[in-house]
Design a protein. Structure first.
Length: 484
């Protein structure tokens, strides 16, 4: 524990949904839900307007639609979210060399390590400036928590939501934590909370009164001892600047189980391509390819193949994933597929492409013979896919929320599609709410495009925090509070 509140936790407010509202003027102030739109989709983020209806993250999308039938339901646009996240993380990096990202929209910052703050006053000042900078650069809001430990800084940012700042003074931890539910502490999930509840422990104060010996008896030495210390506000975990990713993966859950073996292989190859794109985007390569298959009965199979060296070649990853699929029984249907790469490195093995080509040549005849025996196409050959209906084609090509551009009407986003038509609202982040028009799904003048920046001309923060632009500065603790 520190004597000064110099650990900062930033959490962007309803990040995905807020970014969508900022990008789409017609949705501002209205309920917005972002996530998978199929019958098996789940909510990734709900705007605060949607949360008033009871919609929350990780909820099945079908349930969300029942609770908020008039909300806007959109697919995630990760290209936009990553762009905004990079802007936010760049601002945090100006405060300290010790920035620990937890996700696209959340991070810890050690202000003391960067010399940005060393007491309550300076921590409040820099926290207020950070909120102003984020709003000016991204157009979005974030909540800031300041405390002497990571645990308390995160609790403070949660109390600050939305668009606020809360500082917890060191020395006040026990008084603050005592009435809170046990779920507020790190490491207490639903199962642990239920186990504690059966023992009559429901608040943090109950934890402290139970004593360490009782918690160790209930939860084991490591977990019980750690929870006892946190109940008293003790948390000495450092802010770790480098959280090295151990794997890169992508997966899709399908609206209806896939039964066609050719379609399953096509989806695996598509996922392998997306996985390599993400791998290359991180500047990494990997040595082990992993295939995940969840079948119709929810049984999940995982298969892996380790290559001779790390690679970021899409052909190598696709072919390895296809080989793994050959060893998986998909009879009965597949509801989820995933492809990942582990054993990450910062370089590639140049001869892997040649290795893959050699393996193809070595196994080609065997594959052809096997296919001939079965009366089908050679393994990996071109097969006939089940044709998609116009409804399926429209939802796949024109998902709700996707950016588009029309040769005549300009930039817009898809409001919905079906029965051979796609409906588009034409507006931009800094425009007024736009008009809606409908087109055929094969209209040659309508094309998908990348998202526009949320702020066209963001303020220059290249010299921040040494000098905050006066036109954007305000009271350091504006919109926030300090908890005594």
């Amino acid at each position: 524990m520190r004597a000064a509140p110099t650990i900062l936790h930033l959490d962007m407010d309803a990040f995905y949904a807020s970014a969508e509202q900022a990008a789409k003027p017609s949705l501002r102030g209205k309920p917005v839900v972002v996530g998978g739109l199929g019958p098996r989709g789940v909510v990734a983020t709900a705007s605060y307007e949607a949360r008033r209806f009871g919609v929350h993250s990780a909820m099945p999308m079908a349930q969300a639609r029942r609770l908020a039938p008039n909300a806007a339901y959109l697919v995630p646009r990760f290209l936009l979210y990553r762009t905004v996240s990079d802007q936010v993380m760049e601002l945090l990096g100006r405060l300290s060399p010790l920035v620990e990202p937890l996700s696209l929209d959340e991070a810890f910052v050690d202000l003391e390590a960067g010399g940005a703050a060393d007491d309550t006053a300076s921590a409040l000042e820099i926290g207020g400036q950070l909120r102003t900078a984020i709003k000016a650069v991204t157009g979005l809001t974030g909540s800031v928590g300041l405390a002497g430990s990571k645990m308390l800084a995160k609790i403070a940012s949660e109390q600050a939501k939305p668009d606020g700042l809360v500082l917890i003074e060191p020395g006040t931890e026990r008084e603050l934590l005592a009435p809170m539910p046990v779920r507020i502490l790190p490491g207490v999930g639903p199962a642990t909370a239920d186990h504690l509840r059966r023992a009559g422990i429901m608040t943090v104060n109950d934890l402290t009164e139970a004593g360490e010996a009782e918690l160790v008896r209930l939860l084991g030495k490591a977990h019980g001892g750690s929870l006892h210390r946190m109940a008293f506000g003790y948390d000495d975990r450092p802010v770790v600047a480098e959280r090295d990713a151990k794997s890169v993966s992508v997966e899709d859950t399908f609206d209806a189980d896939l039964h066609d073996r050719v379609r399953v292989r096509t989806e695996v190859e598509r996922l392998a391509g997306r996985c390599v794109q993400r791998l290359r985007g991180a500047g990494r390569s990997g040595r082990t390819v992993v295939l995940k298959v969840r079948r119709y009965d929810f049984s999940t199979l995982t298969r892996s193949e380790t290559l001779r060296g790390p690679t970021d070649d899409p052909t190598v990853v696709r072919e390895a994933a296809a080989r793994l699929l050959e060893a998986v029984d998909t009879t009965g249907g597949v509801r989820l597929l995933g492809v990942g790469v582990t054993g990450l490195a910062d370089y590639t093995q140049e001869d892997l492409f040649a290795q893959a080509a050699g393996e193809r040549a070595a196994t080609g005849e065997e594959a052809e013979e096997e296919a001939g025996d079965q009366g089908g196409e050679p393994a990996g050959g071109a097969g006939e896919e089940t044709p998609e209906t116009s409804e399926q084609l429209a939802s796949r090509r024109w998902p709700a929320g996707q950016d588009v551009r029309h040769d005549v009407y300009g930039h817009g986003w898809v409001q919905g599609s079906g029965v051979g038509r796609v409906t588009v609202r034409f507006e931009e982040p800094e425009s007024a709410p736009g008009r809606v028009r409908t087109f055929r799904i094969d209209d040659a003048q309508l094309q998908p495009v990348d998202p526009l920046p949320l702020v066209r001309n963001p303020a220059d923060y290249s010299s921040w925090p040494a000098s905050l632009p006066k036109s954007l500065s305000g009271p350091a603790s504006s919109g926030g509070e300090s908890r005594p």
